[in-house]
Design a protein around this ligand. Sequence first.
Ligand code: 3H9
Length: 701
Amino acid sequence: MTQSPVRYDRQGAVGIVTVDSPPVNALSQAVRQGLWDRVTEGFNDPAVTALVIVGAGRTFIAGADIAEFIKGGMGEPDLNEVNALIESGAKPVIAALHGTALGGGLEVALSCHYRVAVPKALVGLPEVKLGILPGGGGTQRLSRLVGAKTAIEMITSGAFLPAAKAHSLGIVDYVGEGTDPLAVALSFAASLQAGPHKRTRDREDGLAADRGSSVFDEARASLAKSARNQFAPQRCVDAVEAAFTLPFDEGLTRERDLFMQCMAHDQAKALIHVFFAERAVTKIPDVLPSVPARKIAQVAVLGSGTMGGGIAMNFVNAGIPVRLLDLDQVALDRGMGVIAKNYAGTVAKGKLAQTEMDKRLSLIQPTTDYADLADADLIVEAVFEDADVKAKVFRRLDEVAKKGAILASNTSTLDLDAIAAHTKRPADVIGMHFFSPANVMKLLEVVRGRHTAPDVIATAMAVGKQIGKVSVLVGNCDGFVGNRMVQYYATEAQRLVIEGASIEQVDQAALEFGLAMGPFAMGDLAGLDVMGFIRARRVAAGLIYGTPLSDRIDPARKGQKNGRGWYRYEPGNRTPLPDPEVTAVIDAYRAERGITPRNFSSEEIAKRLIYSLVNEGAKILEEGMALRAGDIDIVYIYGYGFPAWRGGPMKFAELSGLDKVLADITRYHADAVAAGDADGAYWEPAPLLTRLVAEGKKGFG
Ligand code: 3H9
């Protein structure tokens, strides 16, 4: 018989129910059963007058077992039954919180008569981030404690609240000292008066003021904007409202009904996929966790432009000192000025203390002397995206860097092996591709070269985590994962315009799909001059199909930086405005090719944009340039503003049906061939996709 993950002990007159199910004490079927059995045992134990529920290891219960959701069916006993049992006892039950009491974990705690916590404990109902809502009574019980507004805020944001805040809101009854939740609970139990001990379901504290309030409609209207197109946030409001309109048990039934609606929705499938994909990216089959990372105490960044400055900020934000090198003192002063201005903006918004800004700035040592890089453990090159410039830099770095230093390139497209070949230590060379603005965007593509050593990979991944990035290991191909895919996406946006859509319509369709910005606005933000430079190299190397419109746009149009790109911009304003000069270029090009513009629906535009990503993503996957389809999804969600609730491009394709996606891609390819349009050649279906569909597979595996 397997041992239960929940045990029962006694200390004096207190019965202790300990959940011991690493890593996070999630509420698997065995844990729910164990809770049921051990709480029953405690209620029946004549020697105890109160019970404590506590988590072993690093945390209280961090929620329902999400892996169980995917397998389908959650098994008996249901969480609501366990909670009802806890709440029904004649003896008071105290939840002793440490680590994170989340989701179903907080719901268990809310069913207890009292909640106590250590100061570092965090509580929250983050279900909405998985596309669902609290389904174990959380919406009903929390509302009774804190009222509608706070309940809606907590449940629709999924935010984690520190113990002190939870105490001030009435969620936690007592915050003790130290780190031992059991000690806090035992001292609280000793102070308990004789009953009755009120059950949360019977509390009225939070309900009275908000009955019939407009807060629900206001929340719905606000979420319709801030969580546009998302299913669960609206259902969260519905569930909270039920606490104010229905008796408790009916409220629970309504909550469960809404929970099941969310579970059945594609958005939950997408977001649960993202949860696991984000954790899977850390796992590299041939770089085991036992591979030791190198120690990174001093970093150097080369290039003090927008990218270099942003990269430097990441490290000093994490307390790691940086030497920032530029060859030109004027450029260096300008770069330092931009960094100071960025921090000052955050201070002005009240999000950073002035002393903290000063501390961070003091950790950056500007220099124009390569000799100053000699003690750096990690050197990140962020100079101009030109192979010759990079070659020169890496030859110089090879001369000055100490033995064992990691030499990282922030190249976004160039061949990492060619860069590494300019050093005598290719095993120490790796790509660390940050995304602009580098101090904000969470993605870090870690590029593995042919000779990159396993411990260099382990170090880059670990450093990425330390500076708050989501690091994804990718292979060395032109554009790696993100930019390799995006070139086809950008070209497809232009093909749509050539065929008849307007620039604004294409961007609007991307926004309606849920992307953070459309392809043309993205081009203007990245800089058409930079993209033009990269494109010229690729075209010369035979790596890219035509990009007919870009080549006809006046090269003086650089995008947002000079107020003229695919759009025009008023000074000091980032709102894209249609520009007749660009429209004239499009009209002339259509006329030259004899194209009669046709109408497009937003849906058709979105499909063509997204499927261009999917088809290239499948090629990348087959070549092994990404380890998993989920890695590609994470790249797009954290690097390109792809909506997480769509799951990323590859999950979106799975949810749309790989067979349907392939049929569309095949048609786009046939259309391009029939029109003699060589620019559409990339629509040739990815062999992997064709094979999966032929085998009847529903996913990329
Ligand atoms: C819910 O409760 C629904 C109910 O209302 C209704 C039911 C009817 N389940 O993140 P980490 C794994 S919905 C299964 O790397 P950290 C995770 O996959 C749930 N597994 O650590 C990883 O595995 P591996 C509401 C879980 O310290 C390992 O634990 N709760 C779960 O950076 C370590 O995770 C949530 O949404 C889970 N619930 O962060 C909380 N949680 O090592 C979700 C974690 O094999 N979890 N794992 O890769 C979190 O936010 C973070 O994991 C947490 C720890 C903050 C707890």
